[in-house]
Design a protein around this ligand. Structure first.
Ligand code: S5P
Length: 264
């Protein structure tokens, strides 16, 4: 199916090449699933990606979780992700001033060299987005920033005023790919979509077919409802890697997310 037909207004209103790339990948894979690959060894990461890669559209990493990280193996892992037609999203949640965030894209992990997307908090002001964009252009690459507009964890401090301030600044910034919304609550996602309009993506963690409370304050809502409420990508971790059959679970999340997009 053509991306313009599946995504309708979102495709037409989007000005970012990276967002169009994601929408096209999602159409090729028939999946709006971003895997939260929260594993702690390289071997586990390779196993997980090999078993679920065909059902997902993006791969979310926490590069600093890995006990046996090495540059060579990480490069191989990123190559595998690209062969599987995936965007690579490092969920680093940058929050420092612009010039430091730019440098934090370098260092040992060199995030700017292999990430297509990263997360950032706007708490330090809008220059963080420019700093992160500078790092990608230093590396001769393009990337997009997902701003944390809401969070899924209980007791978080991203209240309605903070959310609207982030959206106001982010929706007009060309370096912003979109926003992280609270997938555990469909009403929150709906409100966020109203604020954001069609020009930017909303990606939602805190979704699981088993809704309710997760580990250490995580909350889960229904993934189908999240897409119907305006989420463009469901970020699923435990729902896939914690399942007894991760490949089957990933396929199930893919199918329901794609169905919801077409119905929406
Ligand atoms: O508000 C948030 C934002 C993010 S990016 N809540 C989240 O849970 N996340 C991330 O989504 C978190 O870092 C983790 O990698 C993933 C959720 O994993 P799950 O196992 O709970 O599905």
């Amino acid at each position: 199916m053509e991306a313009s037909a599946a995504w309708k207004m979102r495709w037409q209103a989007s000005t970012l090449p990276m967002a169009k790339t994601f929408m096209e990948v999602a159409c090729r894979k028939k999946s709006l699933v971003c895997l939260a690959a929260d594993k702690y060894t390289m071997a586990e990461l390779f196993d997980l990606l090999n078993s679920v890669g065909s059902s997902i559209a993006a791969l979310k990493t926490h590069v600093d979780l890995i006990d046996d990280w090495s540059k060579d193996e990480w490069n191989q892992f990123c190559t595998l992700a690209h062969e599987m037609d995936l965007l690579i999203f490092e969920d680093r949640k940058f929050a420092d001033i612009g010039k430091i965030s730019r440098r934090q894209m370098g260092g040992i992990y060199n995030i700017g060299e292999w990430s297509d997307l990263v997360t950032a908090h706007l708490i330090s002001g809008p220059d963080i987005v420019d700093g992160l964009q500078k790092a990608w252009s230093d590396a001769g690459r393009e990337g997009g920033v997902l701003l944390l507009a809401q969070m899924s964890s209980r007791g978080n401090l991203l209240g309605p005023n903070y959310t609207s301030t982030v959206v106001e600044a982010g929706r007009v910034h060309p370096g912003v790919f979109g926003f992280i919304g609270n997938g555990s609550n469909a009403n929150s996602v709906r409100e966020l979509r109203t604020m954001v309009g069609d020009g930017k993506m909303i990606w939602t963690p805190g979704v699981n077919l088993a809704t309710g409370d997760g580990e250490m304050g995580q909350r889960y809502g229904d993934p189908y409802e999240a897409v119907m409420a305006g989420s463009d990508c469901i970020i699923v971790g435990s729902g896939i890697h914690g399942a007894s059959d991760p490949a089957a679970a990933a396929a199930a999340y893919a199918e329901l997310s794609w169905k919801a997009l077409l119905e929406r």
